[in-house]
Design a protein. Structure first.
Ligand code: TMP
Length: 204
């Protein structure tokens, strides 16, 4: 089973994906926790470029896609084939929310092609989108120590990302299960909700 977490920065995805992973381990369910960008050996090098160089959106897009294609081939698919539940902190929904809106001239069929090439056709079985108002993103970012070049001090930017993620949730079709979680709730409360949804949709 392939589970992804997405959301604006500082929404709590990393915390929640680690909590779900720990829960599965305690339940003796084989699991693997990974992230994008940087979840594979080559991807860690790509991440290093992404967080240290001033790149434009086109350049970033192709690095995120290259990271994903490598991640799916070398990490995610092999882990799924070994029978693990794979939990991934960010996946293609991030590209749709962060890169696609900033690039002019990408029509829907190009976006679909890029998605299929990078994911190699692998779609999540379950996605959690943790929602957070843009004001709260900036507030949390100010108290976070490990910000990098990809983090912006721009409320409109995070409003845009949040809107796209909400649209992805609203427009989900029968091929995807996407659960939206209110990131303003307490960490333990969110975790319990996620465990309930996992048990509901469990495919192991
Ligand atoms: P994170 O490790 O804190 O989640 O940071 C990853 C950053 O990369 C975050 O700002 C979102 C961004 N990102 C994209 O812009 N596009 C993508 O496809 C992915 C996976 C991440």
């Amino acid at each position: 089973m392939f589970i992804t977490f997405d959301g604006v920065d500082c929404a709590g995805k990393t915390t929640q994906s680690a909590m779900l992973y720990n829960h599965l381990v305690l339940q003796n369910i084989p699991a693997y926790l990974t992230k994008e960008p940087g979840g594979s050996y080559a991807g860690a090098k790509i991440r290093q470029i992404l967080v240290s160089e001033e790149l434009d959106e086109t350049e970033k897009l192709f690095l995120f896609l290259a990271d994903r294609a490598n991640h799916v081939r070398t990490v995610i698919r092999p882990s799924l084939e070994a029978g693990r539940v794979v939990i991934c902190d960010r996946y293609h929904d991030s590209t749709v929310a962060y890169q696609f809106p900033l690039l002019d001239g990408l029509n829907q069929s190009t976006k679909d092609d890029l998605r299929n090439i990078a994911t190699r056709g692998l779609e999540p079985d379950l996605t959690f989108i943790i929602d957070l108002p843009a004001e709260e993103v900036l507030r949390r970012m100010k108290t976070r120590k490990d910000n990098n070049i990809l983090d912006k001090d721009d409320i409109e930017y995070y409003r845009g990302v949040r809107n796209v993620l909400n649209k992805i949730w609203e427009n989900q079709d029968e091929n995807r299960v996407i659960v939206k979680i209110d990131g303003m709730m307490g960490i333990e409360y969110i975790h319990q909700a996620i465990v309930k949804w996992f048990n509901h949709y469990r495919k192991v």
